[in-house]
Design a protein around this ligand. Structure first.
Ligand code: GTP
Length: 504
């Protein structure tokens, strides 16, 4: 068991002094007995870190030498692979065939080969004799995890828009382009996988030009798999993405943009320092509940936690404090120094759940364990909407709102893999709205329109005058050869068809 003497090993692992022997030892411990350390960390440890990584002196990087950016793209267009090559090019990890999707740390990400959590990493890059600190955020591509992308963009001043040379522009390319466009973020368009035999970079360039008005001369062509053109991407980040507008001499103002729970150190939060500087030992306040905490550890992700004892204006990193209650780490919150309040950031728009399902412990005696697991996991996935629920058959549990079926599946898998919570999940359904009549009924249900998340909670049909189901306003972008079939599908499935635009 992870008891005798292994605390040291575990601390070493968490503090990033990872050696192969250490990982093997931990693997052995976990295989022989029940896994006592979070699997999240084990799966993140099979990375060939560069043995010669020196400590980073963050005072070398004033805001003008910092670039904060995200990689955004459709599913499988190569975001995590490009992140791997950037980590290699900047000597954060050694060049090794073992380094595949290094920033995909969760067990569920490794097993399914998809990114579900945005991850940050800080890289030092020297260009034209100047040292730059590049803070990269690798984002998920699947629509169900789009909330991760929108949150990540709040900590960036620019993005890399990656498109597969074979598949071309896809649905999430368009969605993510508009997310970045709405935030006015400069974009570096990059066509990836040019090594594939079916690659058609010229056609993809035309698509990018036609759909997004991107100048073909701005587009870079790379193979993230083989590293071709990756250095040009690093140079473009420095040249085309502006530095953060941050001032070290102003009072501290940080954006808390992500958080997760670790068994030994509690809540770990990702912060972007917008102004001022935050040091180990500083007392700070979380704006939403005005609680005071003390910084116990602070540093950058490199690609795991590397303590630096300080973060300066414009930098992005992590922070560990004495947050006892994990709800203290609210995503989108503003952090400032104790007794030096600043105007808070607007925060993040809450995610809109698309479907709901009941989640109950398989054994009712495990409800409080499920409650704790749920609190810890929702710290890392704030897009889940939680409502306490009870059922005559299944007992106490929750109705959870998810962004899609894959999101639901991944969340339930993570409950099991990361917290050992075994649950029964009811069939997912979409929320309905019903209009009801009768003064007393309206008083009882708190209004004449009731949102029904669970069919068992439907008011009596005798008082319902109208049922409303969710609808979306959608746009379909497609090559004209598919238009006939799309229109017949629309006529079968969709109520109203607004407009048809043909572009050359
Ligand atoms: N041939 C070729 N394959 C690539 C290249 N870049 C990525 N791939 C492959 O494409 C697949 C998807 O790559 P990922 O890096 O996981 O893609 P992603 O965009 O991060 O995926 P999600 O985060 O799940 O959306 C993997 O099998 C990669 O090996 C490339 O330049 N050439």
């Amino acid at each position: 068991m992870l008891v005798y003497g292994s605390g040291l090993l575990c601390r070493a692992l968490l503090n990033r002094h990872v050696t192969k022997r250490c990982i093997h030892y931990l693997k052995r411990i976990v295989i022989q007995d029940k896994p006592l350390i979070c699997k999240r960390w084990l799966s993140s440890s099979y990375v060939c870190l560069n043995k010669n990584v020196a400590n980073i002196d963050l005072s070398e990087f004033p805001p003008e030498n910092i670039r904060n950016f995200s990689i955004i793209a459709h599913v499988d267009h190569g975001k995590s692979t490009l992140a791997d090559r950037m980590l290699e090019e900047t000597n954060v990890i050694s060049k090794s065939s073992n380094n595949k999707q290094v920033l995909d740390r969760l067990q569920v990400e490794k097993e399914r080969g998809i990114t579900v959590k945005a991850q940050t990493a800080s890289l030092c890059y020297t260009y034209n004799g100047t040292k730059y600190l590049l803070n990269l955020i690798d984002t998920p591509g699947h629509v169900d995890f789009n909330y991760e992308v929108s949150r990540s963009l709040a900590a960036c001043q620019g993005v890399i828009l990656l498109v597969d040379a074979n598949d071309g522009v896809q649905a999430q390319t368009v969605a993510n382009f508009f997310l970045a466009f709405d935030k006015d973020l400069p974009m570096i368009p990059v066509i990836n996988k040019i090594d594939l035999p079916g690659a058609q970079p010229d056609i993809v360039m035309k698509q990018l030009n036609k759909l997004f008005d991107i100048d073909p001369e701005q587009i870079l062509k790379i193979s993230a798999k083989f590293g071709t053109g990756v250095d040009d991407v690093l140079k473009a980040i420095v040249d085309r993405i502006p530095p953060p507008k941050a001032a070290t001499d102003k009072p501290l103002k940080c954006l808390l943009f992500d958080s997760w729970y670790t068994m030994y150190r509690g809540a770990v939060v990702n912060i972007a320092v917008l102004d001022g500087c935050m040091k180990k030992g500083d007392k700070f306040v979380t704006h939403h509940n005005k609680k005071v905490h003390e910084v116990q550890e602070i540093g950058v992700m490199h690609p795991t936690e590397l303590p630096t004892d300080v973060l300066y204006a414009g930098q992005v990193g992590y922070l560990i404090s004495n947050m006892k209650n994990i709800k203290d780490a609210m995503i989108g919150d503003t952090i400032y120094h104790h007794n030096k309040p600043v105007d808070p950031m607007p925060g993040f728009k809450p995610a809109k759940p698309m479907l709901f399902a009941g989640v109950f412990p398989s054994d009712q005696s495990q409800f409080s364990a499920l409650k704790t697991a749920m609190e810890k996991l929702t710290l890392n996935d704030s897009s889940v909407d939680i409502h306490l629920d009870s059922s005559e058959v299944l007992g106490q549990g929750y109705t959870l709102g998810f962004l899609g079926l894959l999101h639901m599946d991944v969340f339930i898998t993570r409950l099991d893999q990361e917290f050992g919570a075994s649950v029964i999940v009811t069939a997912p359904n979409v929320p309905y709205k019903v209009k009801i009549i009768g003064k007393q009924n309206i008083k009882k249900y708190g209004g004449d329109s009731v949102t029904v998340l669970n069919p068992c909670k439907l008011p009596p049909t005798s008082i319902i005058t109208e049922y409303q189901e969710p609808m979306v306003k959608g746009t379909i972008i497609s090559p004209d050869k598919y238009m006939g079939e799309i229109i017949s599908l629309i006529l079968v499935r969709v109520i109203s068809f607004r407009m048809y635009v043909y572009q050359l």
